[in-house]
Design a binder for this molecule. Structure first.
Ligand code: SF4
Ligand SMILES: [Zn+2]
Length: 336
């Protein structure tokens, strides 16, 4: 698919031409998670909303969430989705709410719907909602703080403004993240931060170093940090590069490396790679993926380094060479 066709396809999807399922959740399932040093059950809900406002305006280079959204969704549809999520809920202590955008954006999720969800799940020990920084205001934070069980997840991705601007097209800067995190701290609302591993247009080594720097930076503001290795989503710039052979999802060895080198921090650093072991997600040679993924998951749940030690495979030597020499290849290509 060339860039023009891709842009046309994105426009069609944004008009909602292919999406009529307004009442249906994108998904709901149970999974293990970590809370206050313990492994617990969590309930994940993905609400189908109008989608991320930034995606209508421009959008991040790796984000294909708009594929599942519908611009015609109204309040009544969201109410029905929340009721249907409740029918599936069986009292898990953590409820994670995703929207393919920002739950705290009143345009995407009207504030009365936000409140409805908080009330419906008020018995959960923790409700995690996601937001871009611009929707975190003192008014919003003070309202959230009244419930006492809400955590806000901010997708910082990188603490490098060049990466935010040129590689991800994130539409905000590190200062915007700091401002939002400080507002939340003022109202004692805990913060979770997402860090991306391997934005496009960077080498494997650069992506490792930048993720480590970002995690160290974000640890000042966060209770938990989720390291999210890139997964290649449909109809995105990253997919376009990948199809041309100009992008590879990160190695699972890189995930292990980042987790090891941030294990000394006071915050929990976890990683549950989406599409892990698959060609569109973080992967190794194929032979060791399952073993390494299970080490990463177990480490994330327990923070016990024993799960990351002694992992090995012949492909690790190849990864080490890529980390060591890929930058030279880039320099050669760019300066020739
Ligand atoms: S990654 Fe988040 S901020 Fe970026 S376009 Fe997707 S939903 Fe919006
Ligand atoms: Zn291997």
């Amino acid at each position: 698919m060339d860039l023009k066709t891709l842009q046309q396809r994105i426009r069609e999807l944004r008009r909602g031409a292919a999406r009529k399922d307004k009442h249906n959740l994108i998904g709901a399932w149970r999974e293990k998670d970590r809370l206050n040093g313990c492994i617990i059950d969590s309930f994940v809900i993905i609400l189908r909303t109008k989608g991320c406002r930034w995606a209508y305006h421009s959008g991040c280079s790796m984000c294909g969430y708009f594929n599942d959204t519908n611009p015609r969704i109204e309040e009544e549809d969201l109410k029905k989705q929340i009721e249907s999520a409740l029918e599936k809920y069986s009292g898990e202590p953590v409820v994670k709410v995703f929207t393919s955008g920002s739950f705290l954006d009143d345009w995407e999720v009207p504030s009365q719907i936000q409140e409805m969800l908080y009330r419906r799940f008020e018995d959960a020990k923790r409700i995690i909602v996601e937001s871009r920084p611009e929707y975190v205001t003192p008014e919003k934070a003070s309202r959230i703080a009244e419930y006492g069980n809400i955590m806000v997840a901010l997708g910082l991705e990188s603490a490098n403004n060049d990466t935010l601007l040129y590689r991800i097209n994130k539409g905000f800067t590190v200062d915007d993240y700091i401002k939002a995190a400080e507002i939340l701290r003022e109202y004692k609302v805990p913060v979770k931060t997402y860090v991306l591993l391997k934005a496009p247009f960077m080498s494997e080594r650069q992506s490792i170093e930048e993720a480590i720097d970002t995690i160290i930076f974000a640890s000042k503001y966060s209770e938990v940090i989720s390291l999210n290795p890139m997964n290649i989503q449909n109809n995105t710039l990253v997919e376009y590069l990948w199809r041309r052979g100009e992008y590879r999802a990160p190695w699972l060895w890189s995930v292990v490396e980042v987790l090891k080198r941030t294990s000394h921090l006071d915050v929990d650093v976890v990683s549950f790679p989406t599409a892990g072991g698959k060609i569109r997600g973080a992967h190794n040679c194929g032979a060791c993926d399952e073993k390494v993924l299970s080490g990463i998951m177990n480490y994330s749940l327990t923070q016990d380094m024993k799960y990351l030690e002694n992992l090995d495979c012949p492909c690790k030597r190849k990864w080490e060479k890529i980390v060591k020499y890929e930058d030279y290849a880039w320099d050669y290509t760019l300066n020739r």
